[in-house]
Design a protein. Structure first.
Length: 157
């Protein structure tokens, strides 16, 4: 008896649909709000592709393009450093947003518009930064090949 046999098929089907469409809805919202919108959309398609052929077809070109971009982004050290700094900046912005320091004197829009959302927005920025760093590490480990030296040392005695 497999793991999926223990879950009734209607419950598994409903859970997949609910989780997939929820991730897509969250991804659409995160496209305009702070958060990993494209990643949530892709995650929703991955979940829906477990049951639906249309989602699997949509996922094929997305996966190919994402892997191509990931490989390109770890080719040079400046790109790697820029990606790491971007992820760390998102985490720092999330912490700053959540801590909500006092409104500066130069801010012209009033206290209501100074870092709205508090820890809700801050936590999505932190999660986005952590996801960015994790994806960068994954890309580095998967695609970064050590350079081979053109000068070989003779190790024979």
């Amino acid at each position: 008896m497999g793991r999926t046999d223990a879950i009734p098929s209607w419950l598994r089907r409903t859970g997949i649909e609910l989780l997939g469409w929820t991730l897509i809805a969250v991804g659409l919202a995160a496209l305009v709000l702070p958060g990993p919108g494209l990643l949530a959309l892709a995650g929703g398609l991955v979940v829906l592709s477990l049951r639906d052929a249309w989602a699997k077809r949509l996922l094929v070109p997305i996966k190919a393009e994402a892997l191509k971009i990931a490989e390109k982004e770890v080719r040079t050290w400046p790109r790697i450093v820029a990606s790491a700094l971007g992820g760390l900046a998102a985490i720092a912005a999330g912490i700053l947003w959540g801590a909500r320091p006092p409104m500066p004197d130069w801010w012209a829009f009033g206290d209501r518009w100074w870092l709205p959302g508090s820890w809700i927005v801050g936590s999505t920025l932190i999660v986005s930064g952590v996801v960015a760093l994790a994806l960068m590490v994954y890309s580095f480990r998967r695609f970064r090949r050590p350079r081979t030296s053109s000068h070989r040392r003779d190790t024979s005695p």
